[in-house]
Design a protein around this ligand. Structure first.
Ligand SMILES: [Zn+2]
Length: 222
């Protein structure tokens, strides 16, 4: 599904037929399995914060506190101007549901093609893939809350739990966590990853690497 997002469809009608299905499955329907619920139960009653590169809204659907989430890379539920002519995002649910329900022969009708309300350019997904990504006011507020959280944890016993972070965008979570733990002797780093569980030697005994399925690992603790 991820690779499909880069496919050069011949027409915008076909493009949005594919994208509306992708958005429905990944954003408006709940992920199967108890992984997110298990994680929420683990953090409930604790002072937590979620930093994620996921764009599928599953943390919100599983009941995580919205004020404790920073989804850095966008949201399948939002559109933005493709130019972009302004730094705003738009909820796409109503149109996406219509595109999904009404498409025929792998095409949506031309009247459903989303256009920027300000300049009329085609709308595009609010997903970070290059420097046209729109960071709206909500994005900056979430970043500020994450930075406040980090400031409050300075020198305190805090667990940096990294789940399934690869080397696609390691600068956002992985390197950030290593840096926080290196600076704070009371902090701990736990990395759960199937096939790529490792930590820098400098973290020594303050790190724990679990090579395995995230769902199975979390089950052990709930
Ligand atoms: Zn525009």
């Amino acid at each position: 599904m991820y690779s499909g997002g880069f496919y050069p469809f011949e027409t915008p009608e076909e493009h949005w037929a594919w994208w509306s299905r992708h958005i429905m499955v990944n954003r408006y329907q709940r992920a199967p399995g108890p992984v997110y619920e298990d994680l929420r139960r683990l953090v409930e009653g604790r002072e937590y914060f979620v930093l994620t590169t996921n764009v599928d809204h599953q943390f919100q659907l599983a009941g995580f506190d919205k004020a404790r989430l920073f989804y850095t890379q966008g949201d399948y539920g939002l559109w933005q101007c493709s130019r972009p002519c302004h730094q705003g995002t738009y909820d796409n649910e109503t149109t996406v549901r219509r595109m999904w329900a009404e498409q025929r022969d792998m095409r949506v009708s031309t009247e459903l093609l989303p256009r920027c309300p300000r300049c009329g350019a085609p709308m595009t997904m609010n997903l970070r893939s290059d420097d046209t990504f729109v960071q709206d006011a909500g994005w900056y507020r979430a970043r500020e809350r994450y930075q406040d959280f980090l400031a409050r944890q300075e020198g305190r016993a805090v667990l940096y739990l990294e789940l399934g972070v690869g080397l696609n965008t390691p600068g956002i979570i992985k390197y950030n966590f290593w840096e926080q733990v290196l600076r704070n002797p009371r902090a701990r780093y736990v990395c759960v990853n199937q096939g790529q569980a490792y930590a820098p030697r400098e973290l020594g005994e303050r790190s724990l690497c679990l090579d395995g399925d995230i769902g199975a690992v979390l089950r052990e603790f709930v």
